[in-house]
Design a protein around this ligand. Structure first.
Ligand code: PMT
Length: 403
C-alpha cells in the first residue's frame, strides 16, 4: 500500500525523536520514499546523519539552504508529499502550526503543503492537558490536521499518563490506512473503464491489432470494484477472466469500442481509458478471404475515431483519464495529450522501459493532472499501479471538491 508513496516526516525536539529513526527504517522497508525535516531542537536529540543514512535522502533543516536554484526547497517538498507526518510533535510546534507561523523548514513546508498532515504529539502529561495546548490542538483539528495519540504510560519525564508518542509500528499503520481510506472515497461512483486492444479486420482471417493484453485496464477495474465503485468495463479481445461483479461489454473494433463507451459515458462519474485503441483501420475490408496473389499487397488505412478526444469535447461533469503509451519524450507528449483531449489526468507509460507497458504484469507510470501535479512511480505490479492511479484520481477530485 505504501510502495512508491512520498512521505514527509517532520521531527521536532523531543526524546521520542529516536523512535522517528525506527519509523524511517520501517517506511523504507515498505518501499515508500521518505524525506525528513528536522527542527533546530530535534538536532539536540538525534543527528541529521542518522535520518540521511536511513532515508537515503538529504535532511531538510534550514529553509535558506537552496541547493537547486530551479526550485524553492520548502515548496518543492510541500508539493512532493503524498502525506506528511509530524512525529514527535512538541507543544511548541503545535502552537506555531495553530497560529500559522512560518519561521523554519517545518512550518514553512506545512503551511505550503496540500497533503494530509498527521500529528503524533509527545510531551509531558500536564503540558498535554494545558488549556493553551488543548486550544491549539482543537484549532489544528478544525484546520484538518489528524492527531495520532500514543497509549498512556510511563513518560521519560517521570510522570505517567497521556503524552507518549505512538509507536513506530502504529504510525506506519496510520500511513498505510491513509492510502486505503482515500481509495474507498470512490465508493458509489460509476466508473467506466476501457481495456485491451482493438482488432481492425481486413478479411475473415486477417486483422491489425497491437500488443495490449488488457491487464492494466482489468487491474484498474478490479481495484475500482474493490473500493466499492460501480464498474462498467468495455473490453477488447483478451484472454483475461472478467472480475466478478463487473458489468462488461466485449467489443472487437475501435468503432465498436466507441459505440459501447459512448453508451455509458453520460452516466459515468469517472472514465479511465486504458485501452490501446487502433488509430487506423483498413480502408477496404473483404467479406471473403482475400486470396494470395502475385506481387505485393498494399493495404490502405484510414483513421478510426478518437474516442477519448470525442469524450473530452463532450464532457459534462465526468472526470476523464487517458493513458499515453509513448516511446520517447514521454512527459512532453503526455502533457500535450492531457491538454489536447481535455483530460483531468493522464497516465504516461514509456513502453520501451523494462517492465513497463504492454503484456507484462508490471508497469512504470507517471501521472500528471490538469492542475499540474506530477507523480513518478517506480516499477509496480499492475495491481499496485491501478491503486496508485485511483488514489491520484481521488486526490485530484478532493482538490476539486468532487469527493
Ligand atoms: O493491456 P496491457 O498489456 O496491460 O498494456 C497496458 C497499456 C500499455 C495498453 C496501457 O498502459 C496503455 O498505455 N494504454 C493506452 C495505449 C494507447 O493507445 O495509448 P495512445 O497514446 O495511443 O492513446 C492515448 C489515449 O487515447 C489512450 O487513453 C487511448 O485509450 C485513447 N485513444 C486512442 C486512440 C483512439 N482512436 N481512441 C482513443 O480513445
Amino acid at each position: 500500500m505504501l510502495k512508491g508513496k512520498n512521505i514527509v516526516l517532520a521531527v521536532c525536539g523531543g526524546i521520542a525523536a529516536f523512535k522517528a529513526a525506527a519509523l524511517v527504517s520501517q517506511i523504507i522497508q515498505a518501499e515508500a520514499n521518505v524525506k525528513v525535516i528536522m527542527t533546530k531542537s530535534a538536532k539536540e536529540f538525534i543527528t541529521p546523519l542518522t535520518f540521511q543514512a536511513l532515508s537515503r535522502q538529504p535532511v531538510y533543516d534550514n529553509t535558506f539552504i537552496e541547493p537547486d536554484p530551479t526550485k524553492i526547497a520548502h515548496i518543492d517538498l510541500a508539493d512532493w508529499a503524498d502525506v506528511v507526518l509530524v512525529a514527535p510533535t512538541t507543544a511548541n510546534v503545535i502552537a506555531k502550526l495553530a497560529n500559522g507561523l512560518a519561521d523554519d523548514m517545518l512550518t514553512t513546508t506545512l503551511l505550503a503543503t496540500k497533503a494530509q498532515v498527521y500529528v503524533a504529539p509527545a510531551m509531558n502529561v500536564n503540558m498535554y492537558s494545558h488549556p493553551a495546548v488543548l486550544r491549539n490542538v482543537e484549532t489544528l483539528k478544525r484546520d484538518g490536521f489528524t492527531f495520532v495519540d500514543g497509549s498512556e504510560g510511563f513518560l521519560a519525564c517521570g510522570w505517567t499518563g497521556k503524552g507518549r508518542m505512538a509507536e513506530p509500528e502504529d504510525l506506519l499503520q496510520v500511513l498505510k490506512s491513509h492510502f486505503t481510506v482515500k481509495t474507498r472515497a470512490l465508493a458509489g461512483k460509476r466508473v467506466l473503464i476501457t481495456a485491451g486492444p482493438t482488432q481492425e479486420k481486413v478479411d475473415p482471417v486477417r486483422y491489425f491489432t497491437n500488443h495490449s493484453s488488457g491487464k492494466m485496464g482489468y487491474a484498474i477495474a478490479q481495484a475500482a470494484k474493490d473500493q466499492g465503485a460501480d464498474v462498467i468495463l468495455v473490453s477488447g479481445p483478451t484472454s483475461l477472466q472478467v472480475p466478478e461483479g463487473i458489468q462488461v461489454e466485449h467489443i472487437i473494433s475501435a468503432q465498436e469500442m466507441y459505440e459501447a463507451a459512448m453508451k455509458y459515458y453520460h452516466q459515468a462519474d469517472i472514465v479511465i481509458k486504458a485501452a490501446a485503441v487502433a488509430d487506423y483501420r483498413p480502408s477496404e475490408t473483404f467479406t471473403q478471404k482475400r486470396k494470395k496473389q502475385n506481387g505485393d499487397w498494399f493495404v490502405g488505412m484510414e483513421r478510426t475515431i478518437d474516442i477519448l478526444k470525442t469524450m473530452g469535447e463532450n464532457k459534462n461533469s465526468q472526470i476523464l483519464i487517458g493513458f499515453a503509451a509513448e516511446s520517447e519524450h514521454v512527459e512532453e507528449y503526455a502533457t500535450k495529450k492531457l491538454q489536447a483531449k481535455n483530460l483531468d489526468l493522464i497516465v504516461a507509460n514509456n513502453i520501451l522501459m523494462k517492465g513497463a507497458g504492454f503484456k507484462g504484469d508490471t508497469n512504470v507510470i507517471t501521472t500528471i493532472t490538469k492542475d499540474g501535479k506530477k507523480k513518478e512511480y517506480p516499477l509496480l505490479s499492475k495491481a499496485e499501479a491501478a491503486i496508485s492511479i485511483l488514489n491520484d484520481i481521488a486526490s485530484y477530485m478532493e482538490r476539486k471538491g468532487n469527493l
